[in-house]
Write a protein that binds this ligand. Structure first.
Ligand code: ADP
Length: 361
C-alpha cells in the first residue's frame, strides 16, 4: 500500500464464470541492468508478447492493445489476454514454469474466481490475490479506458439496414447518468450516477452462458465462435412464432408489427416444423431470444432509473454484431427514439483493467 509505486510486473485479472481476463502493463522502458529481477521481467515480457505462448485455448487480443498510456506516471502498453476459466490450473502451472512466481508476489483479481481459486494461487504459485470488488473494478476500468482511447465508445446507426448500418463514434466524456449492462455468463445491470455513486439495480441469469449452453444443446456446436457463425446463417422466423403467424399481419391497434416475435421458439411444438428446422435457425433463434430478453430488462431498468443512455459490455458481445444491432434497434424502437444503446471496444476487459488500476503490490 501507501504512495510508493508497486514493483513490476503489473497485472490485473478478472476470473469469471466462463473466461479469465488478464491484462498486463508493459513499461516502455525496462530498467537497464543485469539483476535477476530485470532478467525475469524481460522473460515475462518476451513470453507474454509472443503469440505462440497461448496454446489452443489462450488468446491475446492484439487489436485491443493500447500503447503509450500512462499508468502511475509510467508510460507503457496494456496487453489483453483471455483464456477459459476451466484452464486455470494449467495457467498456474505455466506461470510457475516461466519463473513468474519468483517475481510476482501479489496479483490483483476480481470475479468469482478470485475467491474460488485463492487457495490454488497461494499453494501452487505462492502468489497472494489482492481481491477487488467486481463492480468497482468494472467501472474504474471503463472510465480509464474511455479516457485513454478516443474511439472507445460507439453506437450502431441504421441497425436494421445491412447496406446503411455502421458503427459511429460516440463522445462519452460526460457519461452520467447511465445504465451499465454487463453481459457475461449471467447479466448484471448497474445504474451509474458518478464514479462513486452506483448500484446494482437488476440482473438475469439468462445471459451469455445461457446462449452458449442452449446453442450447444440444440445444434451440437462446441464453441462460442461456432455458435455465432451458425446464427449468422440462420433465420429465427422458422423457429419463433411471430405476431403475423397469429394475427395474419400487424396487430395495429396496439402498435405491434407483424414481424415482431410473439412467442420465442413458439413454432417448435410442431413435429413437422421441427423436422424442417436447420441448426442455423436454432442458433439464430437462441441468440435473438436471449438478446431481446436482456434488451427488454435493460429498457425497463432505464425507465425506472430515469436514464436514457444504456452501455452494453461483456464478452457476450465479442464478435457478435447481430446481438449489438438487435439491442441498438430494440432500445431505440421501444423507447420511441428516446434511448440509446452504446457499446465499447474493450467490451469484456474492464474488470481486469480496473484491477490493474487498483493494484498496490
Ligand atoms: P464471465 O466473467 O462470466 O466469464 P464474460 O464477460 O467473459 O463473462 O463473458 C462470457 C460470455 O462471453 C460467454 O458466456 C459467451 O456467451 C461469450 N463468449 C465470447 N467469447 C467466448 C469464448 N471464446 N469462449 C467462451 N465464451 C465466449
Amino acid at each position: 500500500g501507501g504512495s510508493s509505486i508497486p514493483s513490476m510486473p503489473w497485472f490485473g485479472m478478472d476470473i469469471g464464470g466462463t473466461l479469465c481476463k488478464l491484462v498486463y502493463f508493459e513499461p516502455r522502458d525496462i530498467a537497464q541492468g543485469e539483476s535477476e529481477e530485470i532478467e525475469i521481467l524481460k522473460n515475462i515480457r518476451k513470453y507474454l508478447t509472443k503469440n505462440s505462448s497461448y496454446g489452443k485455448t489462450g488468446h491475446r487480443d492484439t487489436h485491443l492493445q493500447m500503447d503509450n498510456v500512462v499508468l502511475r506516471g509510467v508510460v507503457g502498453s496494456i496487453h489483453f489476454i483471455r483464456f477459459p476459466t476451466s484452464q486455470m490450473k494449467r495457467f498456474l502451472t505455466l506461470a510457475n514454469q516461466k519463473g513468474m512466481a519468483k517475481l510476482v508476489t501479489t496479483v490483483c483479481a476480481t470475479g468469482g474466481g478470485a475467491y474460488k481459486f485463492e487457495d490454488d494461487f497461494n499453494k501452487h504459485v505462492n502468489m497472494n490475490l489482492e481481491k477487488c470488488d467486481e463492480f468497482e473494478s468494472l467501472l474504474k476500468g471503463l472510465l480509464y479506458i474511455d479516457k485513454n482511447n478516443l474511439t472507445e465508445c460507439y453506437y450502431w446507426t441504421n441497425p436494421t439496414d445491412e447496406t446503411k448500418c455502421a458503427k459511429v463514434n460516440y463522445d462519452f466524456s460526460k457519461p452520467y447518468p447511465f445504465l451499465l449492462v454487463n453481459i457475461g455468463s449471467g447479466v448484471s445491470i448497474l445504474a451509474v450516477h458518478s464514479p462513486t455513486d452506483y448500484k446494482r439495480v437488476s440482473g438475469t441469469s439468462l445471459g451469455g452462458g445461457t446462449f452458449l449452453g442452449l446453442c450447444c444443446l440444440l445444434t451440437g456446436c462446441n464453441t462460442f465462435e461456432e455458435a455465432i457463425g451458425l446464427a449468422a446463417e440462420g433465420d429465427h422466423t422458422n423457429v419463433d412464432k411471430l405476431v403475423r403467424d397469429i394475427y395474419g399481419g400487424d396487430y395495429a391497434k396496439f402498435g405491434l408489427p407483424g414481424d415482431l416475435v410473439a412467442s420465442s421458439f413458439g413454432q417448435m411444438n410442431s413435429r413437422d416444423r421441427r423436422s424442417k428446422v436447420k441448426r442455423q435457425d436454432l442458433a439464430r433463434a437462441t441468440l435473438v431470444t436471449i438478446t431481446n430478453n436482456i434488451g427488454s430488462i435493460a429498457r425497463m431498468c432505464a425507465i425506472q432509473q430515469n436514464v436514457d443512455r444504456v452501455v452494453f459490455v461483456g464478452n457476450f458481445l465479442r464478435v457478435n454484431p447481430i446481438a449489438m444491432k438487435l439491442l441498438a434497434y430494440a432500445m431505440e424502437y421501444w423507447s420511441n427514439g428516446s434511448m440509446k444503446a452504446l457499446f465499447l471496444e474493450h467490451e469484456g476487459y474492464f474488470g481486469a483493467v480496473g484491477c490493474l488500476l487498483q493494484f498496490h503490490g
